[in-house]
Ligand binder design. Sequence first.
Ligand code: DWN
Ligand code: SAH
Length: 405
Amino acid sequence: MVACRACGTPVEKFMSFGRQPIANRFLEPGDTQSEYFFEMEVGTCAKCTLFQLIEQPDPEMMFHDTYAFFSQTSKGMQAHFEGFATYVKDTFLKGDDPFVVEIGSNDGIMLRHFLAAGIRHLGVEPSSNVADAARQAGIDTISVFFGVDTAAAIAEERGLADAIFAANVICHIPDIAGVARGVARLLKPTGVFVFEDPYLGDVLEKTSYDQIYDEHVFLFSALSVRNAFAPHGLELIDCIPQPTHGGSMRYVLGRQGQHPVSERVSERVAWEEARGLGRAETFQEFARACERSRDALVSLLKELKESGKKVVGYAATSKSTTVLNYCGIGPDLISYISDTTPIKQGRLSPGMHIPVRPYADFLADKPDYAVLFAWNHRNEIMAKEEGYMQRGGKWIRFVPDVGIE
Ligand code: DWN
Ligand code: SAH
């Protein structure tokens, strides 16, 4: 048994998604021989309830100078981060000359709003290519991994932060105690730490197992966040559901006793306990639901192939790597995946080696069916693809169930 990354208690393993590659390592054709794989198993901590990967590849294998995900590829997420920035500014930055730090600031999708408002800011972004995009836009960014040493260095050079925030990042960092100690080192006495991540409750409700891949070492709940940060003097003071990435939660923490605690925290924890978010049976049922989802998707794709239909994938998301490798879906069932990100195009999808082609090919090619891998951006995509649907193009969905629409 492995030890819980937060509290050291043995983690109960409940499921394997089989051999998985690096989710965002899109391969050059001819580069498929040296591909790295790991056994992707998941479990929960019986004590602090933290849902986690049993094994995770080294961070440097995932986050480097050719990281494939640029945050600004989604218009919906651009709008979301404008709202997130406004929330932080209006709620927490009341004093003179505030200083904010974002962990995992990527291409600057959030910090650009602080730059525009003339607020002192710093992005901590280890993937230097996406960080370069932010720097080119004038956003102050350092390319290092956040942890206790980085936090101490920032505190010494620039002073303590009024707000530290992160979106879809804290669930990527295996040393969660290091994150907590770093935040505790860098935060002003009355400062806040605000972060959002995909919510375990939504993943279980929707069987959206594709939120589990190498980068996502944790799927948090209010209960597990409260338990992970309390030993470091950080108290969960609010939790606010978000519609992003198929259902996320925004967690707000402050130093113990410095802020009133919203009723939402106890209400959410009570809901999670009633829903069994820490219980083994809940996860055994989730494992069965994942297997049913896999079998239904594979049967549907095989039927469509037998009837001669042209099926492609829409968006080469990180999440699609889990689906394709867990279900064993290759180019025989999905002829290519269209994606708008230039550095993914012309490459092969991790593990199953489906060609990734430019979005223009999807428009020109007129497939019969497209598997909606970016289901979390559904509204944005449906608005954009009216033409595809009007000429009879259909979607294949696999969250919350497998079907055609
Ligand atoms: O947590 C993470 C989230 C924030 O972003 C990271 N670990 C990695 C990444 O996950 P993802 O790749 O599953 O993210 P998205 O936002 O669901 O998918 C982005 C991909 O989809 C990009 O390659 C662009 C593509 N896309 C597209 O081709 N057409 C996206 C949209 C909205 C589109 O219309
Ligand atoms: N916040 C953005 C990016 C999320 S993708 C958004 O929501 O769209 C996850 C990001 O976290 C990547 O850019 C990755 O390089 C970064 N990251 C991973 N480990 C990190 C760490 N230890 N410290 C800071 N950033 C990290």
